[in-house]
Design a protein around this ligand. Structure first.
Ligand code: SF4
Ligand code: SF4
Length: 97
């Protein structure tokens, strides 16, 4: 995973008892945080979660909970800008253009 957030702070929760194993969360997560095992979703890589909320929004039985936060997304972008050796301001301008 290229983008990482802070360790052990992610709000992602999964209620395996509710999960029907539809697999939707595994399809929408761009970070591959979730996977299926024996027809039930499980969290493969909690710290890879960037709290975008896509899994929770697409789960038909509300088995996933996450508090989406602007701070997390900003941390991801900042990390990316550092790796690209550009400032956040410069990077923001590049994203808009
Ligand atoms: S979207 Fe919900 S019900 Fe479907 S596999 Fe994921 S957690 Fe389970
Ligand atoms: S909140 Fe986003 S990054 Fe985190 S597990 Fe759900 S879809 Fe993946």
């Amino acid at each position: 995973m290229e983008f990482r957030y802070l360790e052990n702070v992610v709000t992602l929760e999964l209620d395996g008892d509710r999960c029907t194993g539809c697999g939707m969360c595994t399809q929408v997560c761009v970070q591959a945080v979730l996977a299926l095992n024996d027809g039930v979703a499980y969290i493969v890589d909690r710290d890879g979660c960037m709290e975008c909320g896509a899994c929770a929004m697409n789960c038909p039985v509300a088995a996933l909970m996450v508090r989406p936060g602007v701070g997390c997304a900003w941390a991801v972008f900042t990390d990316w800008f550092k790796k690209k050796n550009v400032s956040s301001q410069e990077g923001s301008e590049n994203i808009r253009s």
